[in-house]
Design a protein. Structure first.
Length: 289
């Protein structure tokens, strides 16, 4: 590949010599030294086995074959220009993009600046499907997927991943009534715990749930779990950013869980321009998490 690129560079150097009428000005126009230009042209002449430049007291001119190279170089330039000209403008991108995610993704996706995205891409429609289990990914056709813990399908293309910190949360009212647990063992035996069944893949939390004495609420819904915690039902596990949303993070003892959050895509559709725009939007959102 490098040899091919060197030949293309040499083609453009010959075209520059033709345009500027000499090596020095051609080299200056390309930000090169004359020695570098000579090296590339001489290597090309060596591979072709013919002279490409006629050098005399009047300067430098091209042989008939070199003039054909100039025409070929112009064709390459036209192809490149045409390719970029044909790329759809943002406003012209249209169609559906199918996004599939597990239920436990929802607390982390707040449709970050979605209004700006929709203004920029008025003809792209996002079709979102929420599933309860990673195994359910296999039942859907989708362009982009999101989940925690591990990729559901090794045949998908991993695009981006970020670590998300989880903490223990309760409402101010619950803590005012029952106080703070002293440690994990105290919490497991003496406090009401709330469990989201789809978090069983978060292994440290799953171990606590196996031995907890007072699990008073379980749901496969992230939204329902958040509401239950906010209403004072007990203590539950949520992403750390919920400490900015009126809930109290139990930081009187050390308990941190970090889980990888994955953005992945179908290899056959990920480079379709409208899909790529949604990928870029979600990736930027993940960087803000």
């Amino acid at each position: 590949m490098k040899r091919i690129m060197n030949k293309i560079d040499a083609f453009y150097m010959i075209a520059a010599i033709h345009k500027h009428g000499g090596k020095r000005k051609a080299a200056e126009s390309m930000g090169l030294s004359v020695d570098t230009l000579n090296k590339y042209v001489e290597e090309l002449e060596g591979e072709l086995g013919i002279r490409l430049l006629i050098i005399n007291s009047k300067g430098c001119s091209l042989t008939p074959f070199a003039q054909k190279i100039v025409s070929s170089t112009n064709n390459i330039t036209d192809i490149i220009d045409s390719t970029f000209h044909d790329i759809p403008k943002h406003g012209d991108l249209q169609g559906e993009v199918n996004v599939c995610m597990t239920n436990n993704v929802l607390p982390n996706i707040e449709l970050w600046k979605i209004d700006a995205f929709m203004d920029e891409f008025p003809k792209i429609n996002i079709n979102s499907t929420v599933i309860n289990n990673r195994n359910d990914f296999a039942n859907y056709n989708y362009d982009i997927g999101m989940c925690f813990s591990e990729l559901p399908d090794r045949n998908k293309v991993l695009l981006y991943q970020v670590p998300v910190r989880f903490k223990l949360f309760a409402s101010p009212e619950y803590l005012a009534t029952y106080g703070y647990p002293r440690n994990i063992e105290d919490m497991k035996t003496s406090f009401r715990l709330l469990n989201k069944t789809t978090d069983r893949n978060i292994k440290p939390w799953n171990e606590i749930m196996k031995n907890a004495a007072n699990i008073r609420f379980s749901s496969n819904s992230s939204s329902f779990l958040i509401k239950a915690i906010a209403c004072g039902a007990g203590i539950g596990l949520l992403p750390k950013h919920y400490e900015d949303k009126g809930l109290v993070c139990l930081d009187n003892f050390e308990y941190n869980i970090t889980e990888p959050f994955y953005l992945f895509a179908d290899a056959k559709t990920k480079d379709i321009p409208r899909v790529r725009m949604v990928i870029d939007y979600l990736k930027q959102h993940m960087k803000e998490m």
